[in-house]
Design a protein around this ligand. Structure first.
Ligand code: UTP
Length: 292
């Protein structure tokens, strides 16, 4: 079995929930404290063992690629003014041995379509997908994505991260059908079915898919044939449901052990900033002074 080395990070969405902030600035570059969302997720992928990062991007979002590129003028300025610590924070964002490349999605036609845009770079290999607007604050030393990579390495099966949500939130997410009795953070469970944004009445469980996936290449073949929904979008959840329902490949649910923030929404973005600041030694006292 070949190890997973490639991760797709889709960044071609329009970010409408965070307007007007995202009118000219890509959502993925909004900062949690002083680091953009995309950098947290790229670091998480690399920590999990990913060697090739593939950004799916669009026109107007070139600043994301620039963030990982060299900025000679800035580096020269920081070097000559002796600001070594700040200099280190902008160099080597991508360590040696790791590559970052990009492909374009011509219009925002959904997550499934974005993933399909990376088809030719995957070269038939299983792959990971990480959504950069979901920020995970791990309660463990080993983060959820690294655990998923380990589970894949021992089972060769696809992995989806899941989180328990409240009933009223079910219709916002992809929901999995699984035997929840045995689900715990150390033991992944087989997914029987997936439903995109069900009404609470028809939701098969209270577990929603979080934006961390390890997927068999067969998903790409299904996505190539998936017809767009009524909004013209190709949904990843529908393709995954077809894959598991037909028994073509098994996919397991991995229960998260993180606090998850949907930074594509105002609440999640604010929550992530506050939680990270409370975790930061140099900011904790200041945060307590202004909040409490
Ligand atoms: P979201 O649906 O959360 O992002 O997609 P969005 O569409 O940008 O946001 P809203 O709903 O309009 O506020 C999750 C991730 O998938 C990417 C987004 O950039 C985001 O990182 N995405 C989404 C694409 O790359 N292409 C798409 O067609 C849709």
């Amino acid at each position: 079995m070949k190890k997973i080395t490639k991760a797709i990070i889709p960044v071609a969405g329009l970010g409408t929930r965070m307007l007007p902030a995202t009118k000219a600035i890509p959502k993925e570059l909004l900062p949690i404290i002083d680091k953009p969302l995309i950098q947290y997720v790229v670091e998480e992928a690399i920590q999990g063992g990913i060697k090739e990062i593939i950004l799916v991007t669009r026109s107007g979002k070139e600043a994301i690629e620039n963030h990982f590129d060299k900025n000679y003028e800035l580096e020269h300025h920081l070097e000559s003014s002796g600001k070594k610590k700040i200099l280190r924070s902008i160099t080597k964002l991508i360590p040696n041995g790791i590559s970052i490349s990009s492909v374009r999605q011509d219009s925002a036609r959904g997550l499934g379509h974005a993933i399909l845009c990376a088809k030719y770079i995957l070269k038939g290999e299983d792959f990971a997908v990480l959504l950069p607007d979901e920020i995970l604050l791990s309660k463990d030393e080993k983060n959820d994505f690294s655990k998923m990579m380990n589970f894949y390495n021992s089972s060769a099966q696809g992995q989806l991260l899941v989180e328990k949500v409240r009933k009223e939130e079910l219709s916002n997410y992809g929901i999995v059908d699984l035997n929840k009795k045995q689900l715990n953070i150390d033991s992944p469970k087989k997914i029987n079915k997936l439903i995109e944004k069900p009404s609470p009445k028809y939701a098969p469980s209270n577990y929603r898919v979080v934006g961390r996936y390890i997927l068999p290449f067969e998903v790409i073949q299904i996505l190539s044939k998936t017809t767009p929904d009524k909004n013209g979008e190709i949904q990843l959840t529908d393709a995954l449901d077809e894959l598991v329902s037909k028994g073509q490949k098994s996919i397991d649910a991995v229960l998260t052990n993180s606090k998850i923030f949907d930074c594509g929404s105002k609440k999640g973005f604010l929550g992530a900033n506050i939680a990270m600041a409370m975790n930061d030694k140099s900011l904790k006292k200041y945060m307590k002074d202004i909040i409490c």
